[in-house]
Design a protein around this ligand. Sequence first.
Ligand code: AMP
Length: 216
Amino acid sequence: MKKIIIFIGPPGSGKGTQAKRIVEKYGYGHISTGDLLRSFQTKKDLAVDEQAALSAMKFGGLVPDWLIYRLAFTAAKESLDAGKGIVFDGAIRNLEQAQEYEKFFEKEHLANQVVVVDITLSDEESLYRLTTRQVCVVCGAIIPASEKIIQCPKCGGVLTVRADDDEVVVKNRIKVQGNDALAGIRAFYQNLGILKIVDGAQTIARVESAIDAVLK
Ligand code: AMP
């Protein structure tokens, strides 16, 4: 299996859920830039430019590239130093980032070790999923609100609605990070011949089997 697995796909397509399964099954390091940013946001001594950069998250916009590179490449080096493969989850959201990550992989002599899995989903389904889901504050598990439960079935943690799962913010996230925005990234990886496509509008188990099949 390739050492670098990159998940792309619209918000709510299941990148996080599937990345966690890769981590459990294959012992890969997990780099979710969303998680890195949320954790960075809790730091007390943030500089003014860092605070300004993070404010994009509130409205569903993109955080500036420099902060993404700083957080993602630092975490990537840690995993690589520990001898682990890496699954990147939502870590690439525009063409410039795709190009910069390629440079990083080349520098690390990993250019031939990259596979990109595109988990496809319509913008309509993306909107539905994001506005009807809850997230566990402890383990990050995603639970559809239709299950009408308040405790995480996996770890017992409290379930909450993410601040940016508010409908107005979700619509902006889909505009900025949905299928239109992904077109250039998809074309870039298609040209490199490393793009695999998996239909994200299936059950979690079926998406997982489809991912396993394209990774082999
Ligand atoms: P997520 O948890 O993956 O939905 O990400 C939450 C938010 O973090 C997104 O709506 C963006 O504002 C920001 N974000 C995450 N990853 C990136 C990235 N690679 N580039 C720019 N912004 C990002």
